[in-house]
Write a protein that binds this ligand. Structure first.
Ligand code: FE2
Ligand code: FE2
Length: 247
């Protein structure tokens, strides 16, 4: 990702001229199950999502220079992990004949996260919500890729699963500590979650629910530090989403 694209959206991260950046799920290339382009488009889109995650953590490092050192070290490690994930997706995609920029990408993650003014709010939305959703998706993806005979992708998902669990788990621990020390931060977290939910719905619209075919990864979420009762609530919500999508 070399020269900065002058057409990039004002509040989005820089992408070079090869990439077409769109604002909604509907504008992405959404291929039906069984279409060989589906996995290619997924790898390309996911490569960009991982880049967004690295950029969000990098922005948290620069936006909150006074955060405790162990939290800043965690964010720096997360940058390294997400950048590695982006590179793996990029290499796999190109080895299979893809060209960077073949499909549109979205930077909603970066736009939503970097607008949140508090670090607690960013950890709650980026790690505890988006990445927890990533754990569910990867948990499903491991089996799906294996069933389709794609061992390379399944093996990478397996390694990525462990990294993402750690990102969510560390954020859960930091958040518990922060909220215990300053309970007023709960209000920041609530506001950030409400705004993020609204923005997420704008990006995905009603169609977003149609892409949710899997339920949550209960084991992944427990390992990521969610309490059993929180996992039970997430599971009920996921089931309700699937029912709505299948109606
Ligand atoms: Fe990642
Ligand atoms: Fe992550």
């Amino acid at each position: 990702m070399n020269a900065v694209d002058s057409t990039m959206s004002l509040d989005g991260p820089a992408r070079d001229a090869r990439f077409s950046v769109v604002d909604s799920w509907r504008q992405c290339a959404n291929f039906p199950d069984g279409d060989p382009r589906k996995v290619m488009e997924f790898m390309h889109r996911q490569m960009n999502e991982e880049m967004d995650a690295a950029e969000c953590s990098a922005r948290s490092l620069t936006d909150f220079p006074d955060a405790p050192w162990d939290l800043r070290m965690f964010l720096a490690r997360q940058c390294a992990d997400e950048a590695r994930h982006a590179l793996v997706f990029s290499r796999m995609f190109q080895r299979r004949g893809g060209k960077l920029g073949d499909y549109p990408v979205m930077n909603f993650q970066y736009r939503i996260i970097t607008k949140i003014p508090s670090l607690a709010g960013r950890l709650a939305v980026q790690n505890r919500t988006f990445e927890a959703g990533g754990i569910d998706a990867i948990g499903f993806g491991i089996d799906d890729a294996r069933n389709l005979g794609d061992g390379e992708l399944a093996d990478f998902f397996d390694a990525q699963f462990a990294d993402e669990i750690m990102h969510v788990r560390c954020a859960n621990e930091f958040l518990h500590e922060m909220l215990a020390k300053d309970p007023r931060l709960t209000l920041d977290v609530g506001t950030a979650m409400r705004q993020a939910t609204r923005s997420f719905e704008e990006v995905f619209g009603g169609e977003g629910t149609a892409v949710v075919k899997y339920t949550i990864s209960e084991q992944g979420r427990l390992e990521a530090g969610f309490r059993p009762e929180e996992v039970a609530v997430s599971s009920r919500q996921a089931e309700a989403r699937r029912e709505r999508a299948n109606r």
